[in-house]
Design a binder for this molecule. Sequence first.
Ligand code: DGY
Length: 320
Amino acid sequence: MSKPVLWIPRKLSANTEKRALDTYECILNPDDHPHSAQTIIEMSAQVDAILPCHSELFDESVSAALSARVKIIANHSVGVDHCNLEALGKRGIVVTNTPDVLSDATAEIAMLLLLGAARRAAEGDRLVRSGRWTSWSPSFMVGQQVSGKRIGIIGMGKVGQVMARRARGFDMSVHYHNRSRLSPELEQGAIWHESLDALLEVSDFLSLHCPATPDTRGLLNASSLAKLPKGAILVNTARGALVDEDALVESIRSGHLAAAGLDCFVTEPGANPAFAEHENIFMLPHIGSATRDTRDAMGFRALDNLDAFFAGEQPRDRLV
Ligand code: DGY
């Protein structure tokens, strides 16, 4: 029997591509160029399955225009806001994602951003690197202590739970807001706040770990940011769409927020040029899951979903 044809639009880990080539007739992208909506539509006529990343957009119009040949979109991401699930579902296209396997890597980056924003890491590096470090005094580059403070976590799924464990390592008290309260075993002493406002009020640090959906877009806006204690620090490793970026800039400018650590932006790649004017916004280019181990794990999880589908079984991470 001939192998199903699989399009892998971005360059994945060598181990993932090797495994994919064993099972599928693969169309790869060795120079890793991005793809337009038109290319995605055209390519869909040549393939049975697509293994995309969050950089490939399957919005309503792309989903409607995909060839009927494509049977499954096995995402190499946990976030699926680049996919219009309803439109893809209507086309009868199966969609999967890669939960769980990137929780440790993403929580590491969230902790890095939290510490870096609190202790002015990027600013300090810029100072030393540029040769502008010319004096030292006890009042020099004073930041915020993390140990013993309160962290608020929005979205206590897998990544949020790992973040809570890491934060406990810094003796932080953990508070969270989630649609439903976790069991005591999962909560590990974390305090659940039924309302977002109640969480915001106690969050010296606020870390976002929920998906971007129509309900959560702009969740952090002028009104919600104002409810954080003065001097709070915001960390976002989830999705840029959760934050109203103008409101964030204003909150930083006014001094209400002491700092922010961001790995996600409304516009990616590129981010928001207004952020670069503020030394106290510590930014990374969406690298939450970018470790060798996690890239392999994400690729393998996507391939597991494809293998199950083509074996006539239910893919473990089927969303529609
Ligand atoms: C994810 O998996 O959603 C990460 O943001 C990388 O795409």
